[in-house]
Design a protein around this ligand. Structure first.
Ligand code: ATR
Length: 284
């Protein structure tokens, strides 16, 4: 029940009609009988600065998530952010510390926790192919680099974007193991064969009509295939991967774990991960 002493958490984004974060976090607060509420706040880019300013004056601020399209822009209005957010170049979590408003990014950790907890996969020493070079890709690559992946092939429709991402990350991490390439690279099939993990971070698969990114029949059966998309639950990539005998995972786990890490930052309590997962699964 929302009352006078309730702390209010928010998600800032636009549009938010389909967000599952309020369900997930309110289920977590209910499970631990915490006097918190989590509310969507639809904000267009031109309104973001004023809303962030208002948060500074909000005494019962419990914390916030930031989602599309504000994850990069929001940094302009903060007092600081973590090393992780700096490396990813974006923020998905806000919290107050000593009267200041700070940013964190839990997407990369969320992805790694999902791999570890649900898939029992540790990136250390592994070869990974990542499809896409947008915001989601950045968090995933950064986390894979930290976890010691041996080699990461960055495959993108627009090759220059993959090249740009690889060179900016190389400068930051000093690791030479990021290899940008296009889907039409003649080495694509051979490189796919040598990977342990394939991750889709593009938006292809969100709509059933999307043409495939490549011929999915090339997927080797021992490959682990992880699609960051969770709605639909089974994208054409995951469906074909299953038919080929691959182990497959969708983005629900990453959603849950990035939320769990945010929850922990705001409340300093262990997040009720299974309750959070049940809440987001209930509407799949
Ligand atoms: P996000 O923040 O979710 O990563 P984004 O930054 O808009 O979103 O990135 C979308 C990614 O999906 C990009 O890698 C994009 O490829 P381009 O860089 O070539 O635009 C990729 N993508 C989107 N539609 C695609 C399509 N039809 N075929 C191949 N890649 C596509």
């Amino acid at each position: 029940m929302i009352g006078g002493s309730t702390k209010v958490c928010l998600i800032l984004g636009y549009p938010l009609k389909h967000t599952r974060s309020p369900l997930m976090h309110n289920a977590a607060f209910a499970a631990l009988a915490m006097d918190y509420a989590y509310i969507p706040l639809e904000v267009k880019p031109e309104g973001l600065s004023a809303v962030i300013q208002a948060l500074r004056g909000m005494e019962n601020f419990g914390g916030a998530n930031v989602t599309v399209p504000h994850k990069v822009q929001v940094m302009e209005y903060l007092d600081g952010w973590s090393q992780e957010a700096e490396a990813i170049g974006a923020v998905n979590t806000l919290y107050k510390i000593g009267g200041e408003l700070w940013g964190e990014n839990t997407d990369g950790r969320g992805f790694i926790a999902s791999l570890r907890e649900e898939v029992d996969f540790l990136p250390q020493g592994k070869r990974v192919m990542l499809l896409g070079a947008g915001g989601a890709a950045r968090a995933v690559i950064q986390a894979l680099v930290w976890e010691g992946a041996e080699k990461i092939y960055l495959v993108n429709r627009t090759l220059q974007k993959a090249q740009g991402l690889a060179s900016s990350l190389r400068k930051k991490t000093g690791r030479p193991s990021l290899v940008p390439m296009g889907f039409d690279d003649p080495l694509f099939p051979a490189r796919l064969q040598e990977c342990h993990l394939l991750v889709n971070s593009t938006s292809v698969g969100l709509s059933g009509d999307d043409p495939p990114l490549f011929d999915y029949r090339l997927l080797p059966s021992r490959l682990l295939v992880y699609d960051l998309i969770y709605d639909p639950e089974l994208t054409p990539l995951l469906r074909t991967a299953q038919e080929r005998g691959c182990s497959t995972f969708n983005g629900l786990g990453m959603l849950v774990y990035q939320g769990a890490f945010s929850f922990e930052i705001w409340t300093q309590r262990p997040p009720p991960v299974e309750k959070m997962r049940e809440a987001v699964k209930a509407i799949v």
